[in-house]
Design a protein around this ligand. Sequence first.
Ligand code: NAP
Length: 310
Amino acid sequence: MKAVRYHAYGDSDVLRVEEAERPTAAPGHVVLKVAGAAFNPVDAMIRAGGFHQFAPVEFPHTPGMDASGTVAETGEGVTGWSVGDAVVASLAINAPGAAAEYIAVPADALAAAPRTVPLADASALPGVGLTAWQGLYEHAKLRSGQRLLVNGAGGGVGRIAVQLAKRAGAEVTATASARSLDRVKAAGADRIVDYTAGPVAEALAGQRFDAVFHLVRTAPEEVARMAELVAEGGVLVSATVPAPEGAGRGVRTEMMSMRGDAGQLAELVALVDAGELTVDVAERLPLAEAKAVHDRFAAGTLAGKTVLVP
Ligand SMILES: NC(=O)c1ccc[n+]([C@@H]2O[C@H](COP(=O)([O-])OP(=O)(O)OC[C@H]3O[C@@H](n4cnc5c(N)ncnc54)[C@H](OP(=O)(O)O)[C@@H]3O)[C@@H](O)[C@H]2O)c1
């Protein structure tokens, strides 16, 4: 089978499409015929060796933590899933990834794929959906009527976060640039601040939010400025750079780390099928474009979700 692989950490040049052995289903696992492997920023960070100390990969490694596909084989002891089922999964950070024709996945990581979006596009849901879900509900404990600031709402996580927060009854202010304005508006943001027009903290000076969800890889000082926008007793959840401790005024700061959760993924899928959550995919590209996708991400020119389709 064909798979994107790399044999050492490095820049995007390490990415190749190679002939690889098709995996088999170990006990408790299934083999998926991959329909889509959405790109996430973490794929580039893993490739560059950013996680080698706490989650080293085994080489050759196939990137891609988000998968959609159909079950092609079930291992011993797998119940609840059959050959032909359409599914989605969020894969472990150092597990063999989804940018391949077939992958082996633990059966307990699977959720049924949404019926209302093309199967390849469904791979754009797990990582961003779970990050937004856990950031808002588990870390920020967002409640109806609260004021939320999503800093970095133009990205994949941000657009889902805006939709989930509106659904939860929050009043949402979002930061985005012109290229994402329409998508963030469509997600339901009440107010959008163009972060390219000047410092966000200045544009929002004097305002206070019950929760700030920080999704931009900034200098620590920038996160500290975001913490100043949090109301007394509120919370800043960062998915990128650790928030400063001791922000004062009873402000809680949390650094989050998304974890796979098939139950939450099933709830996200149900929202998609109920028409309450939109998965928007900007482009679908063949595996051979993996290096170009990583290059465009590094250059900041990747706008919207990109899905690799084997
Ligand atoms: N800790 C975790 O568990 C976890 C999980 C998932 C993601 N993350 C991290 O969270 C971040 C967002 O992930 P993602 O998947 O949403 O990334 P993404 O789809 O690549 O989106 C990034 C977005 O950031 C926006 N942006 C860039 N600079 C900005 C600035 N100065 N102010 C406001 N927005 C800015 C851009 O929006 P415009 O298009 O509007 O310009 C861009 O679309 C990444 O750094 C990722 O690594 C962490």
